[in-house]
Ligand binder design. Structure first.
Ligand code: NAD
Length: 476
């Protein structure tokens, strides 16, 4: 976090939790039980690399086991520490409850800059980390299921899955020990894009409610809205790509580690993403204005700000300078609790992290279910669905012949209607439904209770109510 006088990330999450429970009527013992992190395991292990032994430090934190398995990503970054992992694990508990994925909250991290290592070295390190976690059941299909986060992706998840399978050769459900795997290693279509896709669906749902749009001082639809995104990694890239390609929004700013790009007429997200892949940063990209001090671009005029990189970027040093009337927290914890207060007082509407980036865990849930059921979604019903649709089309064609020029089917109708849904369509449909339902649960509380000032509190209240119901059902 940029300002040393601010609470740590975990304290910041606790403060948000405390603000929510103050509006609820929970027994204080239960409140404390839900707030605290159950356990954090720290591991230090050595790997022989480049002729010497290198020691790494990793964590896996379990915030709440009111439902098992617990779920949460594994992050590779130099700044990983116990406080951060515990904050992220707590957010996972509330996120899973809000979007009704039947998991408790967990998170893991390894202190490493993955860019400093070759692929085969990263494989050795990842396998060793996975071994340390798996032997303590901190990776296990029925107890603890990791996923990708910052600095990790499909590649790391497939190494973890393979490592677990090697250690548990007779576990028929071994593939369900981790999600975010590539499709050829037990993954599911649509997982890579899921978090960014979820951000798109969240914004679409927000823009279905004129009352909510008005609260942000905006009007109309996503079409033409100016967007600034911070972090063009997995989450930021997909969100910016989908919103600009499918909803008519204009990405007017992209902030990365090495600076930022702006263009009031809109930036080609795909081209910048490709540029970053080739050059490691945004510097040198010719078709937009480059700014060396990237974080200043957070303060530029826009309609929607999407922080999608890391925590604490909007804090007490810059909150009062933020001009965006609507912020969607694609990253976890990008706004500190102090900054959140400043923004609330200014009337900025914040779509909170526990909802906004829940697309990842939602599709991870689908992947986990797919792994446990050992069958691809849609495999049984797709052709049967098509056959039934064919019956309708045959009848319409008969009518078409009978009515002559008076009526005919539009040419695209037949193709679109006939096609049964494949796995990707089913995943997107399930994700869309999840994002709509969760938003509606939050907004109902936001609009029905005067003391609930913002969507974040509404989200926490929905989530904490569900977690406490689980604990009570267990007899606590
Ligand atoms: P990623 O590693 O794919 O991308 C992060 C991007 O942010 C990179 O492009 C990186 O260069 C950039 N970045 C890093 N530091 C920056 C800085 N100081 N300023 C600007 N840009 C910076 O990570 P990701 O998976 O996209 O995760 C991003 C955020 O989303 C994290 O907070 C993560 O916890 C959250 N999240 C990710 C997922 C997921 O499915 N991957 C799910 C939920 C939440």
């Amino acid at each position: 976090m940029a300002n040393i006088n601010e609470p740590s990330f975990r304290e910041s999450v606790d403060l948000m939790f405390n603000r929510a429970v103050a509006l609820m009527d929970l027994p204080s013992g239960l409140e404390e039980k839900i707030r605290v992190c159950n356990a954090t395991y720290t591991v230090r292990f050595g790997v022989r690399l480049r002729g010497e032994i290198k020691t790494f430090t990793g964590y896996r934190s379990v915030h709440s086991e009111h439902m098992e398995p617990v779920k949460g990503g594994i992050r590779y970054a130099l700044g990983v520490n116990q406080d951060e992992v515990e904050a992220l694990a707590a957010l996972m508990t509330f996120k899973c409850a809000l979007v009704e994925t039947p998991f408790g909250g967990s998170k893991g991290g390894l202190c490493i800059d993955p860019r400093e290592y070759e692929e085969h070295e990263l494989e050795l390190i990842t396998r060793r980390f996975a071994y340390e976690l798996a032997k303590r059941d901190l990776i296990n299909p029925s107890q603890n299921v990791p996923a990708p986060d910052m600095g990790t992706g499909e590649r790391e998840m497939s190494w973890i899955a393979d490592q677990y399978a090697r250690m548990n050769t007779t576990d028929i459900n071994a593939k369900a020990c981790v999600t975010g795997k590539p499709p050829h290693a037990g993954g599911i279509a649509g997982r890579v894009e899921a978090t960014g896709r979820g951000v798109q669906y969240a914004l679409r749902e927000f823009f279905r409610h004129p009352e909510d749009i008005a609260k942000a001082g905006l009007s109309g639809t996503l079409d033409g809205k100016r967007i600034i995104v911070q972090g063009l990694g997995n989450v930021g890239y997909h969100a910016a790509k989908f919103l600009s390609e499918q909803d008519g929004s204009k990405v007017t700013g992209i902030i990365e580690r090495d600076g930022a790009l702006t263009d009031p007429n809109g930036i080609d997200v795909e081209a910048v993403h490709k540029w970053i892949g080739q050059h490691g940063g945004v510097k040198g990209y010719a078709d937009a204005t480059y700014h060396e001090d990237g974080s200043k671009v957070l303060e530029e005029e826009c309609d929607i700000l999407i922080p999608a990189a890391l925590e604490g970027v909007i804090n007490l040093t810059n909150a009062d300078q933020i001009k965006a009337p609507l912020i969607i927290e694609a990253a976890n914890g990008p706004i500190t609790s102090g900054a959140d207060k400043v923004l609330r007082e200014k009337g900025t509407v914040v779509i909170p992290d526990l909802y906004a980036n829940a697309g990842g865990v939602t599709v991870s849930y689908f992947e986990w279910v797919k792994n446990l059921s050992h069958i691809r979604f849609g495999r049984m019903q797709r052709r049967q669905e098509e056959a039934r649709h064919q019956l309708v089309v045959d009848e319409l064609e008969r009518l078409d012949r009978y009515l002559g020029d008076a009526w005919s089917m539009t040419p695209q109708f037949k193709d679109q209607y006939l096609r049964g849904a494949d796995e990707l369509e089913l995943v997107r449909s399930g994700l869309d439904d999840t994002m709509r339902t969760a938003y509606q649960a939050m907004r109902e509380i936001w609009h029905s209770r005067d003391e609930v000032e913002d969507l974040r509190m509404a989200g926490y209240i929905v989530a904490i109510t569900r977690v406490s119901a689980s604990y009570r059902a267990k007899g606590l």
